[in-house]
Design a protein around this ligand. Structure first.
Ligand SMILES: [Cu+2]
Length: 305
């Protein structure tokens, strides 16, 4: 009796494994990559025929007058103050010549929904330099290494307050040059702040695929090598909220889109912060679940008071 039980314990997993293997192999049409299973490593290859890819290229504009940046008093941290050749200020509005930088652009939905993409081997790096986060807005893919660098040699901490991903709070003494974290779920956006220097804030967008960008100081962005088809692309700004556009990607072509934010949007902006990114929800990001909602205009505003 005891022997047969033990035999059952030994054999049963083998039977199950064989059954699973049979199922997996049966419906494969052959030629394609094996279907990704939960917990499996990310594939090494793109999940579509890259010869069919097209691109999206765009510009983010700002109409009106942006609020003047607020001065940051770094007298309490001489090392940081000394790094700035001009007086440091808040970084909410990166406006130059009517172009808006630091806007996070990403594919909100489209043919890439449900596809599993290779995770970039290189880390995304956020430097703590001059007691500011560089860059101010960062994108990472799920599973990609996010490196927090401390170029200042003074004590910082990185306090992340996502609602989908696991929150974390990393103390980073001056001697600790780099600390790595990985975010495991798509999320728009994850706010970061430093509790040692209350003015330091930053935002991280986490997406399931590589189709994301942060607009340059000139307002430009590129999303490259997308499968053809129709997409909803969203633009997120830390004070101006979000906008969406529908764009059709055609093989070998670069579709052009422009997002325009205005001064008037500041007063009524709903800024998704820590809201779950559901690729099948084409509605406004912050609605529906009640799990998140509006963000009150960034940590810099709070820190400034
Ligand atoms: Cu700090």
């Amino acid at each position: 009796m005891r022997e047969s039980k033990q035999l059952f314990r030994v054999l049963m997993p083998m039977v199950l494994a064989a059954a699973a293997a049979g199922c997996g192999g049966g419906d494969s049409g052959g030629g394609g990559a094996p279907a990704a299973s939960e917990g499996a490593a990310a594939p090494a290859a793109m999940p579509f025929d890259v010869a069919t890819a097209g691109n999206v290229s765009g510009m983010v504009m700002f109409e009106g007058t942006a609020p003047a940046p607020a001065a940051i008093d770094m007298a309490s941290e001489a090392t940081c103050a000394a790094k700035h050749t001009s007086p440091p200020t808040t970084e909410d509005f990166k406006v130059a010549g009517g172009h808006l930088g630091d806007v996070f652009i990403y594919v909100r939905s489209g043919p890439t929904d449900g596809m599993t993409f290779p995770v970039p081997a290189e880390a995304a790096v956020i430097d703590q330099s001059g007691c500011q986060y560089v860059p101010h807005v960062t994108g990472v893919q799920v599973g990609q290494t996010l490196t927090f660098r401390n170029s200042d040699g003074v004590l910082h901490n990185v306090s992340a307050s996502p609602t989908v991903n696991r929150p974390f709070n990393i103390g980073q003494p001056g001697a600790v040059r780099e600390t790595n974290r990985t975010l495991t779920s798509p999320e728009i956006m994850v706010p970061l702040r430093c509790q040692v220097h209350g003015w330091m804030n930053s935002f991280v967008g986490v997406t399931a695929n590589p189709y994301q960008a942060v607009s340059s100081e000139g307002g430009t962005f590129d999303l490259r090598n997308l499968p053809p088809g129709q997409y909803v692309v969203e633009a997120w700004h830390s004070r101006l909220g979000t906008q969406q556009q529908t764009v059709t990607v055609t093989t070998g072509q670069t579709a052009q889109i422009t997002f325009t934010f205005t001064q008037a949007m500041i007063a009524s902006a709903v800024v998704p912060m820590g809201a779950p990114l559901d690729p099948h929800d084409h509605g406004p990001v912050a609605m529906g679940t009640g799990s998140t909602g509006e963000h009150v205009h960034g940590a810099a505003a709070a820190a400034g008071s």
